[in-house]
Design a binder for this molecule. Sequence first.
Ligand SMILES: Nc1ncnc2c1ncn2[C@@H]1O[C@H](COP(=O)(O)OP(=O)(O)O)[C@@H](O)[C@H]1O
Ligand SMILES: [Mg+2]
Length: 342
Amino acid sequence: MRLFVSIISTRAETVYCICIVETSDPVAKLAVKAVKLTKTYGSKVAVDELDMEVKSGEIFGLLGPNGAGKTTTGGMITTRVLPTSGQVYVGGVDVVKHPAEAKLEIGVVPQSNTLDRSLNVIQNLYFHGRYFGMSRKQSKQVALDLLERFKLADRQSLPVSALSGGMAQRLMVARAIMHTPAVLVLDEPTSGLDPQSRLALWDILQELNSDGQSVLLTTHNMEEADGLCDRIAIMDHGKILALGSSAELKRDLGGTSSLVMKVSGDVRQLIQKLMVEISTDSMTKIVPSDDGLKIVGHDVAQLISIAVTSAEALSLKVYDLSLVEPSLETVFINLTGRELRD
Ligand SMILES: Nc1ncnc2c1ncn2[C@@H]1O[C@H](COP(=O)(O)OP(=O)(O)O)[C@@H](O)[C@H]1O
Ligand SMILES: [Mg+2]
């Protein structure tokens, strides 16, 4: 936003005209913007001319196999890794040119536990607040509020070594958002957590996001990306291979769904009839099973009525019918291949 004051002088009076102009600076409206962001280690290109935008208010997932370049990308966004070339902005601030200013816009939850072991639970928050310019009173109050919110209030005086993995993770998220950053960046936040702690963390991230917090997380967990992220970038060999909502990726990138039908009677006859009724192309196929058949292809939901009417026309009884949606895993494997990574 820009403020302009113009003075219009007439013979009789002077008029002050104040105009507030909403600038259309696209970078300022984004939580994160990377432009041709590159990091090389010797001959190894870890991140390769990456263009990426995280919109304000979204949960954005960087999904990729080991070695894809996720942590390096997160490192460049959060000032930890200096880019070889390209630009990166957080909350409109150029991270390379103004790292101190950028840090105010970034909340980081790293992969390993970086809590200060010489401080207790509340001190870990309190001193973070103080480093980020909060007054003693404000930092204490925000720390207490966050401990309450993240169900750690009863542990505030414990050493951080007494916390379980899930609690330590919650405290790191609390610490990361203390200074109200433009974006919360988490690197593989749930790897190594037990199922309960993982679900609790997902709840916390969703709650923070519904309060407007922009989130960027890296993960190789399909379920995490699928369930949590508004948009997902599938990354490998330092590049983004595909970008979209989970539904878009599944729809556009070879994700197939299947219609599983259990019938009593002569299944072969039904398959023959369906081969005629349904225009099976290379992408749609009908596979017999012990107690029925499976139609595999794109958008097989639209084939439900034709499948049922065909069975009825042959006097076969349909006793079960289920639609299996495409999985993000199919899309991921289609894009990144099946070979094992380190
Ligand atoms: N400090 C480093 N020195 C040399 N190579 C590195 C360094 N950090 C990362 N790499 C390499 O860059 C590539 C991407 O690594 P990384 O960003 O950690 O991937 P991810 O987080 O997706 O597993 C890998 O091949 C890794 O070995
Ligand atoms: Mg990593």
